[in-house]
Design a protein around this ligand. Structure first.
Ligand code: ZN
Length: 85
């Protein structure tokens, strides 16, 4: 069983972090739905839809909105040297 991982920028941590994709244990939810006579289906559905919207989680802080990395750092240090003659 492999966990999906991506690398993205975490605005909470302030730098790049590893984001892991969580997994829903459908067997557990099915069991809970049976013993609660179907009431748990509401929670199961909400968890499922939330997971579809925000599948990623920061390993450090749990932030669920990774931003794409800013691959290019443009250093705009235009030095204008004047030579006095
Ligand atoms: Zn983070």
């Amino acid at each position: 069983m492999t966990k999906d991982r991506i690398r993205g920028y975490c605005p909470r941590c302030g730098h790049d972090q590893i984001f892991e994709k969580g997994h829903i244990h459908h067997g557990v939810h099915l069991f809970l739905a049976v013993i609660t006579l179907g009431i748990w289906l509401v929670s199961w559905a909400s968890i499922y839809f939330y997971h579809q919207l925000r599948p990623w989680r920061c390993q450090q802080c749990g932030w669920n909105k990774p931003l794409p990395r800013s691959s290019r750092e443009s250093s705009s240090m235009a030095e204008q040297s004047r030579s006095e003659g």
